[in-house]
Ligand binder design. Structure first.
Ligand code: UT7
Length: 328
């Protein structure tokens, strides 16, 4: 089978207007700006308005990505929304987005791989285009993590924010596009980061609500150690599969969880900070939305040129991880 080269032909992002600053969090839990900045690098994060759900954020980001790609909505063959905060159990957020966009010809499904979800989505979409099944796929990472965050728990509430990033994938000239994907999972670490309530194991009840089972629970330090180990390792493996080396990297676009985790990946890859997109100071951790929002901003800021070698790398609940090498 002849595989078509596949790349990103348009990017877009949307973050809600409402800013939640570290100073405001100081009024809510026992914490302080200095602790949050030195331990995480985060200064503020965005929060969706009460009437906004994940598909609304996804919609705004998608419109921009579709326009940037220079295609029409009818050209979209498939919509993949990576999210752990869907509007509802079903219909999928991808179907809700399809309706909002009026993308009548598109198939649609959600993908659940937590913070690695966007890279899982890219891998899925790019293979569908490479094999000729589809021409244009909209891949969105969108989250309203504020809806599953316990704002009385200082271990987690300082970290998370809301936002959406979208890309359109399509065929690109020979030599460009995705060169490799490295995906992984370790279900044995699932307990470290989870929302246990509201599913078939623990359906919503007065008890599940009062015991806060519908919020994110995280063993922060264990996730931190896993992240430090996996970020460099996954990026290395994606480079190896692409037949490239760390010297080839023009821009690293990592998952934005903690600046110390990103720094450890930079050390492992011998990369200076100028070759890394970091925007977690403004947005915190937006799970599946972090990488596509960082990508869209890097592009807006003129930090990506034709022929550049980009590396995406992320990790998250599951546990899951993913990395990819792309020639822009
Ligand atoms: O996308 C994947 C999702 N998750 C992550 O990426 C999270 C990865 N983990 C982390 O980023 C870090 O582990 C945290 C930022 C969550 C925590 O940083 P840490 O350096 O691992 O701190 P720690 O959990 O070991 O806590 C150190 C101390 C504790 O006090 P004691 O027990 O030493 O007295 C905590 O209670 O810091 C305390 N602490 C806080 N203090 C002020 C925890 N949260 C806060 C806070 N403000 N918000």
């Amino acid at each position: 089978m002849n595989l078509h080269p596949v790349g990103i032909i348009g990017t877009g992002k949307y973050v809600p207007d409402r800013i939640l600053s570290n100073q405001e969090l100081e009024q809510m839990v026992e914490t302080n700006d200095e602790w949050i900045v030195t331990r995480t690098g985060i200064r503020e994060r965005r929060m969706a308005a009460p009437e906004q759900a994940t598909s609304d954020l996804a919609y705004q980001a998608s419109l921009k990505a579709i326009e940037a790609a220079g295609i029409t909505i009818e050209d979209i063959d498939l919509i993949i929304v990576s999210t752990i905060t869907p509007d509802m159990f079903f219909p999928s957020t991808a179907c809700l987005l399809q309706e909002k966009l009026g993308a009548k010809k598109a198939a649609a499904f959600d993908l659940s791989a937590a913070c690695s979800g966007f890279i899982y989505g890219l891998a899925t979409a790019s293979n569908m285009i490479a094999t000729g099944m589809y021409k244009h796929v909209l891949v969105v990472g969108a989250e309203t993590l504020s809806r599953i965050t316990d704002y009385t728990d200082r271990n987690t509430c300082i970290l998370f924010g809301d936002g959406a990033g979208a890309v359109v994938l399509g065929q690109v000239p020979e030599g460009r596009g995705f060169k490799s994907f490295e995906l992984g999972a370790d279900g044995g670490g699932g307990e470290l980061l989870k929302v246990s309530g509201g599913g078939s194991r623990l359906p919503a009840s007065a008890d599940s609500v009062s015991s806060k089972q519908h919020y994110i629970h995280m063993a922060g330090n264990d996730v931190f150690k896993f992240a430090v180990r996996i970020m460099g390792g996954a990026a290395d493996e994606a480079l190896r599969k692409a037949g490239m080396s760390k010297e080839d990297i023009d821009l690293l676009v990592p998952h934005q969880a903690n600046v110390r985790i990103i720094q450890s990946a930079l050390n492992r890859l011998d990369l200076p900070e100028e070759k890394c997109m970091i925007n977690l100071d403004k947005y915190g951790n937006m799970s599946a939305a972090s990488i596509p929002v960082a990508l869209a901003e890097a592009f807006e800021q003129g930090r990506i040129n034709e022929g550049d070698c980009l590396v995406f790398v992320g990790f998250g609940g599951g546990l899951t991880w993913g990395a990819s090498v792309l020639i822009w």
